[in-house]
Design a protein. Structure first.
Length: 103
């Protein structure tokens, strides 16, 4: 989430809808809960970045609704560098992207 928000900010995006299937993380960034230690430092960085945006919405999405993200994460294990797809998607996840568009 931290990387995605930083990248979106650097790309000039100022309105975001951020989804995660990690309900604990969503609770933390919404301020519904807190945790001590290094995790809270990262959460605070996410919250600070959100403060620079015009609009940010943090929402929980069930794992079954997040198939594209999980497929991309699995695919990313095969790469040593950071890859970002802005207007296209890797061929391996294109069917999932198209299915999301149709819903």
């Amino acid at each position: 989430m931290k990387f995605g928000m930083q990248y979106a900010y650097e790309a000039g995006l100022r309105s975001l809808e951020v989804e995660s299937d990690c309900s604990n993380l969503i609770s933390l960034v919404k301020g519904s809960s807190s945790v001590r230690g290094h995790t809270q430092i990262i959460v605070d960085e996410i919250i600070n970045k959100a403060g620079l945006m015009n609009y940010v919405s943090f929402n929980f999405a069930y794992h079954s609704c997040n198939k594209c993200a999980h497929s991309l994460a699995k695919l990313a294990l095969d790469y040593d560098e950071v890859l970002v797809w802005m207007e296209e998607s890797p061929e391996a996840v294109t069917p999932l992207v198209l299915a999301d568009i149709l819903i």
